[in-house]
Design a protein around this ligand. Structure first.
Ligand code: PLP
Ligand code: COI
Length: 365
């Protein structure tokens, strides 16, 4: 099979898709990741044959041998992106080429067969076009796309799998945080780190999230929304949250975000916000920032805002930070103007209300 081109995909339409009335009811209040659409995209890989059998098919369960590699050695990667409704009823993806590139990098790090990037983008486009009625129209809602790949060889020896299954599922979503929280509280993880130099921190693999769950559970027990991880070497430098990057805003109007040193996920929202902030004339530094400095700057008022960002979180202000020995508030603990402006700027582009000056939109219909 050659890559690229919609004709590459075999289309198998769902014989009994969800009734429109039931679907519309679910789209009213979808939450995050609870509801899935009717179809999925799948492509298979086997050594010697390469990528083959690209399909859009009715969503169904997989059948796997109990000895399948992914179940034992977690050879798995994924992506997260969204399709947005446009004012004229059309729909768009946002920088799907960037997700495709990151998926390749993740595959290489996990010693998996890389999927041709045009095939990645085409699979997402084909699925969204098939399930177009599932894209919510409400403000702040979108269709979340989850491309992922698992190692499917059935063998208990530890080695890269010879076979893979790539799949894309879609889920209509509203806000990631319950009730669309105006500002979240973070828990500083001192017992756990997320990624070490040379590890898999910059890959989007399931194992990173499995490793973050005990820290996230600790955060929840402490009444916090998300965990913030420090670097694994000095336990000093702020890295990122369990599923989001982080930005700091200072009283001189400048912004700072931790640099991409290999231990944090290179967020596409992070990259887009750096560009948009600079377009607005703001200074953005990609430099390390320590937890002690964060507390000192929040307490002195030098730091005026902080926010989390990601596909799921969009731009979410950080109101409070707690830890075993710390507890501080940022600004007045609510949403700040810089985060609000950047969020609006980003959402206006994604929803087709502002010009797409950087060529980030990939219009689907
Ligand atoms: N960091 C982590 C650990 C994430 O899971 C995500 C979400 O994908 C991000 C950062 C933000 O990345 P993006 O903006 O590409 O969604
Ligand atoms: C995303 O924003 O796409 C994420 O991956 C965060 C989380 C839902 C895992």
């Amino acid at each position: 099979m050659t890559s690229g081109g919609r004709e590459t995909f075999l289309f198998e339409t769902h014989p009994s898709p969800m009734a429109a009335s039931e679907r519309e009811a679910l789209l009213q209040n979808p939450g995050f990741g609870r509801v899935l659409t009717d179809h999925m995209a799948t492509i298979r890989y086997s050594e010697g044959r390469g990528w083959h059998d690209a399909k859009i098919e009715p969503r169904k369960a997989f059948e796997l041998s109990p000895s399948t590699v992914v179940l034992h050695y977690a050879q798995e990667i994924f992506e997260g992106m969204k399709a947005y409704r446009l004012p004229d009823g059309g729909a768009t993806l946002f920088r799907p080429d960037a997700n495709a590139r990151r998926f390749t990098n993740s595959a290489n790090r996990l010693a998996m067969a890389p999927l041709p990037e045009d095939l990645f983008v085409e699979s997402v486009r084909a699925l969204v076009r098939t399930d177009r009625d599932w894209i919510p129209a409400a403000e702040g809602a979108s269709l979340y796309l989850r491309p992922f790949m698992i190692a499917t060889e059935a063998i208990l020896g530890v080695k890269p799998s010879s076979d893979y299954l790539y799949c894309v599922i879609a889920s209509p979503v509203g806000s990631y945080f319950k009730g669309g929280a105006p500002a979240v509280t973070l828990w500083v993880s001192e017992n756990y780190t997320r990624a070490a130099p040379g590890g898999t921190g910059e890959a989007k693999c399931g194992g990173n999230y499995a490793a973050s769950l005990a820290a996230q559970a600790e955060a929840t027990r402490e009444g916090c929304d998300q965990v913030v991880f420090l670097d694994a070497v000095e336990k000093r430098w702020i890295e990122e949250l369990g599923g989001m990057n982080v930005f700091f805003v200072f009283e001189d109007g400048s912004l700072q975000t931790p640099p991409l040193t290999g231990t944090i996920l290179p967020g596409i929202t992070r990259d887009s916000l750096i560009t948009l902030a600079r377009d607005l004339g703001l200074t953005v530094r990609e430099e390390p920032y320590s937890i002690d400095q964060w507390q000192a700057d929040a307490e002195s008022g030098r730091l005026t805002e902080a926010f989390a960002c990601g596909t799921a979180a969009v731009v979410t202000p950080i109101g409070k930070v707690k830890g075993r020995t710390r507890n501080f508030t940022i600004g007045d603990g609510g949403a700040g103007p810089v985060a609000a402006r950047l969020k609006a700027t980003l959402l206006d582009i994604q929803n087709g209300r502002a010009p797409d000056r950087h060529g980030w939109l990939d219009r689907l219909f």
